[in-house]
Design a protein around this ligand. Structure first.
Ligand code: PLP
Length: 406
């Protein structure tokens, strides 16, 4: 199995042929096209968008707006003004919990998340519930890491105001039944919030058809620059929601005793935006659509299925989560009593980069009964040799540690 996009397109990978990069769920490598787009913006069209009447600032504004249109079409959002640029998924989810949550969640209400959430989609809701006197409820996941719709249904009531869940788990790789979960949330009048940090980079997202009210994603996990992300949300929701950050650009009029707000998307983009990041993200989605998101999914599925088989065959390896067909390109595992950090360190001596730790999902680690796992995650530049290197590294680590208690 060859890579979907050759590593020669990624300057860092091209310069380090020995490197086996299996940590794309944390952040992806950047193709030359993205680096070139960012550089081109700074070299040719750089000024503060929306600020100046001069031609250069108009050019910067035009590129920033074009980036929004491009990212909106990639995510299947017809109304591009409903795509808000943020620093990433964390900021997007905090925006919704902070702005919508404070205005709509009250004492006695309930806020529901799943037991598999990343802290970015757990802590803001937990803290909102604590602040508002609401009840924070956790939908437990099944032993294979999936969400059972009956269990979720039983947890919801007319008091439920929010159901927040990941499109794809960053630890287990589980792909959520997004449409069905959103429908259950809507049946009780709750907001359906989808954390797409691990969804948008790997699966075809059609926001307008998915049924969720909110979808958040991070550019750096989908070939784009760090420090840029998106919040896509329904127009009525954004219009009714108070602003989150206050300052330049997001106002209409500022009187001495009150202010009024700008139209979408500006109402939620206070201050100087990360226009270069947005331009880079637009170039990233061009690259992804160049190969097609169905091909991205098929490629990752083939890699993860092969890795799943190879790792399962190694004595002492335990893979957490569902089978390869029900997951994205993420594989979390433990190897007997070898600590995941030791495993990652040994793999690093063989130039294999994997993540080890709690993956910003301590509640999930407790449910799995472990303090940490090792995680390999695949993307468009990986190929069969990377799976070989991973499996070979694990076998070598086992030999180094001697007998492994299972
Ligand atoms: N949600 C999930 C599922 C993630 O995997 C991550 C990052 O790993 C985040 C949220 C947070 O993303 P960011 O750090 O880009 O804001």
């Amino acid at each position: 199995m060859t890579s979907l996009i050759h590593r020669s397109q990624f300057p860092l990978l091209a310069a380090a042929p020995e490197l086996v990069y299996l940590d794309s769920a944390a952040t992806s490598q950047k193709p030359r096209a993205v680096l070139d787009a960012v550089r081109d913006f700074y070299e040719n069209d750089y000024a503060n968008p929306h600020r100046g009447a001069y031609e250069l600032s108009v050019r910067a504004t035009t590129r920033y707006h074009a980036a929004r249109e491009r990212v909106a079409s990639f995510l299947g959002v017809r109304d591009a003004d409903c795509v808000i640029f943020t620093r990433g998924t964390t900021e997007a989810l905090n925006l919704v919990a902070g702005a919508w949550g404070r205005a709509n969640v009250n004492a006695g209400d309930e806020v529901v998340v799943t037991g598999a959430e990343h802290h970015a989609n757990f802590v803001p809701w937990q803290q909102l519930a604590l602040e508002r006197g609401a009840r924070f409820r956790i939908c437990e996941i099944e032993s294979d890491g999936t969400v059972d719709l009956d269990r979720l249904r039983a947890l919801l009531s007319p008091r439920t105001k929010v159901v927040a869940f990941a499109h794809v788990s960053n630890v287990l790789g589980t792909i959520a039944p997004v449409r069905e979960m959103a429908e259950l949330a809507h049946r009780v009048g709750a907001l359906a919030v989808c954390d797409g940090a691990q969804g948008a980079p790997h699966l075809r997202v059609r926001f307008d058809e998915m049924g969720v009210d909110v979808y958040a994603a991070s550019g750096h996990k989908m070939l784009g620059p760090m420090g840029i992300g998106v919040l896509a949300a329904r127009r009525e929701l954004l219009e009714r929601m108070p602003p989150f950050l206050m300052g330049g650009d997001m106002i209409e009029f500022v009187e001495d005793d009150h202010s009024t707000w700008n139209v979408l998307p500006h109402k939620f983009e206070a201050g100087t935006p990360n226009a270069a990041g947005a331009v880079g993200l637009a170039a990233a989605v061009d690259v992804l659509e160049g190969v097609g998101m169905d091909a991205v999914r098929a490629h990752e599925h083939a890699l993860v299925a092969s890795a799943y088989d190879r790792l399962s065959a190694i004595d002492g390896v335990h893979i957490h989560g569902p089978g390869a067909d029900a997951r994205g390109g993420v594989l979390s595992f433990t190897v007997g009593d070898v600590h995941p950090h030791d495993l990652a360190t040994i793999l690093d001596t063989r130039h294999v980069c994997i993540r080890a730790g709690h993956h910003c999902a301590q509640p999930l680690m407790r449910r799995l009964g472990v303090s940490a796992t090792a995680r390999a995650s695949f993307y468009v530049y990986n190929d069969a040799s990377d799976v070989d290197a991973l499996a070979g590294g694990i076998v070598a680590a086992k030999e180094l540690f001697g007998s492994v208690a299972v």
